[in-house]
Design a protein around this ligand. Sequence first.
Ligand SMILES: C[S@@+](CC[C@H](N)C(=O)[O-])C[C@H]1O[C@@H](n2cnc3c(N)ncnc32)[C@H](O)[C@@H]1O
Length: 200
Amino acid sequence: MIDGAWTAQVAQNYDAASAGMYAPEVLDPAVDFLARCTAGRTALEFAIGTGRVALPLSARGIAVSGIEKSEPMAAQLRAKPGAEHVPVVIGDMTTTTVPGTFGLVYLVFNALTCLLTQAEQVQCFRNAAAHLQPGGVLVAETFVSQLQRLPPGETSRPFHVGIDHLGIDVYDVLNQRLTSFHYDVRAGKASTFQSPHRYL
Ligand SMILES: C[S@@+](CC[C@H](N)C(=O)[O-])C[C@H]1O[C@@H](n2cnc3c(N)ncnc32)[C@H](O)[C@@H]1O
């Protein structure tokens, strides 16, 4: 079961291409915040990916589980130190269930926007609620769409311009969607990646 965008090739490049999201000044405060949200209880990450956040959270002694649709992304996670403590179920986060209930369910790095309809996003919240203990916490981290910066008639906005990465969002405002186009150059090799999102 491979989500359209999250192929084996993308999974292989994911950590290097997401280096900015691994930077300590980005990742550490996110993990600190999520650790506080657990209040010593267990955590479940929807769309756990390669374990960018789940592994450091688990390393703090918090029991973390995950749901992930893309087997190649989960395979990258499983190959990392500490993965033996982070069980992952392959499936869709709108419907897949895992054993137990949790003090925290969280979705980070725009995972919620990977669900392309409002109905799927609502179903995802329902599934999260079904996994939460009484008093449990749901955290969703997403980008904020730049609609106010989109002049009438234009559909694209750069969201990152750098020497080794160019990112452009192309909006479909009627359907509340955008596609993020990434153009990367690393170690002299060029690659492209596109991911569709429904913004909130
Ligand atoms: C931007 S990555 C985020 C990965 C990880 N949470 C992180 O912070 O690095 C988005 C992830 O969402 C996963 N995904 C997309 N749709 C999904 C779905 N319906 N159910 C479960 N995972 C999904 C993709 O396979 C991918 O691993």
